[in-house]
Design a protein around this ligand. Structure first.
Ligand SMILES: [Zn+2]
Length: 297
């Protein structure tokens, strides 16, 4: 993807490593995790004096204390991503998010709707959302209650290694899929699903969930359509997204993890379905082509 030098979104809340450091303020309107370390965060004169002495000593033995401090802002111990790459990753997700904003602002405007932009929360390890607490293990998610997309960027390593889906456009597809859930929230699909859920059996819920997820894939495809039109796609990018859709299909994951498939338990769609619906959105660029509820999937 030819993403460098393009607009980066400001709708990002960086909560990586903040919880364990204490005292560092979150971004605008961010929630603070109760770490219990907030008391006495105001530095006393004595503390400042000690810090000053430590600085001097480090300088004298040839270590630059500023370098020590500046090297690892907000690093989580669990993250395996090296700092320079993570920095570029942050820029990358901010750019992809900005692209989704441009695309969906345009589409919603053409439908006479507004597009309240979602916030992307970067976290490491665990996070608290209006939908409850989550750990990195559960993967990226969208919370309709606070209209935020949550991601631990180490998921991209997992995507490349465990799911065999590498490449920046594969990563962009994951983000665009979550933003797709935000669009579903705005147009009433998610609220309707959550309203009907309690009266459904588990297998009915799964079948409905598949249609919701495939529509989010199709919406990600729509984003890809306009991204291609804007000249951001490079050779092989589309294949990266289709491969990602393939690798995170329910049947492919179950075959890999269990060795067999249980179709009644599918809740995201098969590899073939996920590829198909992403491709539909990508080819048409139109919301109407993503009606997974009134068409066979
Ligand atoms: Zn989803």
């Amino acid at each position: 993807m030819d993403w460098k030098g393009r607009r980066q979104s400001d709708n990002i809340e960086d909560r990586r490593g903040r919880a364990s450091r204490g005292g560092a303020p979150f971004g605008r309107g961010g929630m603070r995790l109760p770490t219990g370390r907030m008391r006495g965060s105001r530095l006393s004169f004595k503390t400042i004096l000690i810090i000053g002495v430590v600085f001097l000593v480090l300088k004298l033995v040839g270590i630059d204390p500023l370098q020590l401090l500046g090297g690892n802002p907000g690093t989580a111990p669990t993250s395996q991503v090296s700092e320079p790459r993570k920095d570029e990753m942050t820029q990358f997700v901010a750019t992809v998010l900005a692209e989704t904003e441009d695309v969906w602002n345009g589409i919603m405007q053409s439908q006479g709707r507004s597009y309240p932009e979602p916030t992307l929360v970067l976290f490491s390890g665990a996070v608290r959302s209006a939908c409850g607490n989550a750990s990195a293990a559960s993967g990226p998610f969208y919370c309709p209650a606070d209209q935020k997309v949550y991601i631990d960027l180490s998921f991209f390593d997992e995507l490349a290694q465990r799911f065999k889906a590498s490449g920046d456009f594969a990563q962009a597809y994951v983000l665009a899929h979550e933003v797709g859930h935000h669009v579903q929230n705005l147009i009433g699909v998610l609220p309707e699903f959550n309203r009907r859920r309690p009266s459904m059996s588990q297998s009915e819920q799964n079948r409905m969930s598949v249609r919701v997820e495939l529509q989010a894939d199709c919406f990600a495809g729509i984003w890809g359509h306009y991204t291609a039109q804007r000249g951001l796609l490079e050779r092989g990018d589309l294949e990266e997204a289709l491969n990602a859709a393939q690798q995170i299909g329910d049947d492919t994951i179950q075959r890999r993890t269990k060795g067999f498939i249980v179709p009644e338990s599918f809740n995201h769609g098969t590899s073939a379905q996920r590829r198909e619906w992403f491709a539909r959105g990508f080819e048409s660029g139109r919301l109407e082509s993503c009606d997974t509820f009134n068409n066979p999937v």
